[in-house]
Design a protein around this ligand. Structure first.
Ligand code: G4F
Length: 334
């Protein structure tokens, strides 16, 4: 029988890579789409315009995470084997400006989904996209599945709530529910208000004479950055074993925003110094520290390892911008 999957957040970076992976694996894919999601010229455009895929193997359903009735109705109809829950307000900086809606979608939205799954006649397997932001400012480095949560922003707190709730429903109601604690993962499809895409896009635009400067926040900030394509493979792998569990997905390497700048500008053969400025208004009220993951458990149990290096990632992103291949994104710039 054809396996079926349901993806919340299907129009995002991870949703689009995951859709490709699942279609390649022979799945029928269903996606949750908000009325406000832009479908034309979106990351799913290729599939949406292909009549042999859209309406045949890929289906989109209008609903929202704060509309339990519709969500329940859609899930009762689709009866997916697997649910990948990726949706939510994912910009950490914005979560300081809109904490209520961030928590409403990310924390309560996950709880609502768990409640619906609990009532379904045949409970699907659930993957929840958790985040390294749950660790915030950890005492331990690198972080793994045992590291205590210490979030430092509304987004991290909402993710910590959702992650714990997934564990509670797994233990209490016997759901096959997994958390993937994902460290930063990027690609040419990343939203333009995340720092890697912002930098790669600006380096290419400056090279092409369309822009003169790039204004950033804290360039000393460090992250553990991998390629989104590798991370969605981890999502699928997490749902394949006999028993549900939580996994950290990470590269185990820390790099700074400044390194992203230097690689992106080197890719377009420009000196970054005359172009890059810092603006204290783009600094965050609090920054996570030393967020670097240990993915040993995912390697041992899922045979998961990242395949793209940090340098390859930034070069690929910058070259995609130069070739104008990266999809447009309408999120708010920062
Ligand atoms: O690219 P960022 O906005 O990503 P951040 O905050 O680490 O969050 C991303 O990764 C998390 C872990 O996977 C996810 F949970 C989350 O949903 C999201 O996908 O910022 C990275 C770093 C930060 O330290 C930020 O302060 O870059 C610093 N930064 C410096 N200048 C900037 C800028 N970030 C942005 N967005 N824009 C700047 O101009």
């Amino acid at each position: 029988m054809t396996p079926s999957a349901f993806i919340t957040g299907i129009t995002g970076q991870d949703g689009s890579y995951l859709t490709e992976l699942l279609l390649d694996h022979g799945y029928q894919v269903h996606g949750l789409v908000r009325r406000t999601s832009t479908l034309s010229r979106s990351r799913l455009d290729r599939f949406y315009r292909d009549p042999s895929i859209y309406g045949q193997r890929l289906f989109l359903h209008y609903a929202d995470l704060d509309d339990s009735t519709t969500l329940r109705r859609v899930l009762m109809k689709v009866t997916p084997d697997e649910i990948y829950h990726l949706a939510g307000q994912s910009h950490v900086g914005l979560s300081f400006e809109m904490p209520e809606s961030t928590c409403e979608m990310t924390a309560m939205g996950t709880l609502r989904l768990l409640e619906i799954i609990r009532d379904l006649p045949k409970a699907p397997r659930l993957y929840h996209a958790s985040s390294s932001e749950v660790f915030g400012q950890p005492d331990q480095m690198p972080q793994d599945e045992q590291t205590p949560f210490a979030p430092v922003n509304p987004y991290g707190v909402a993710k910590a709530f959702a992650t714990r709730m997934v564990g509670v429903y797994r233990k209490t109601f016997g759901l096959f529910a997994c958390n993937g604690i994902m460290f930063n993962h990027e690609s040419p499809r990343r939203g333009e208000n995340f720092v890697t895409r912002k930098i790669c896009r600006a380096a290419a635009a400056i090279k092409l004479g369309r822009q003169t400067e790039l204004v950033l926040g804290d360039t000393l900030a460090q992250r553990d950055w991998g390629h989104a394509r590798d991370y969605v493979r981890g999502m699928w792998l997490a749902l394949q074993p006999e028993t549900p569990d939580d996994y950290v997905f990470a590269t185990g390497q820390l790099h700074s925003v400044q390194e992203v700048v230097e690689i992106a500008f080197a890719t377009v053969k420009l000196d970054w110094r005359p172009h890059v400025k810092q603006d204290p208004r783009l600094f965050r009220p609090s920054e996570p520290a030393r967020l670097v993951g240990c993915a040993a458990k995912a390697k041992t149990l899922l045979n998961w390892e990242p395949q793209t290096s940090f340098v390859q990632l930034i070069v690929e992103m910058t070259e995609a911008e130069l070739a104008d291949k990266a999809p447009p994104d309408r999120s708010r710039p920062s």
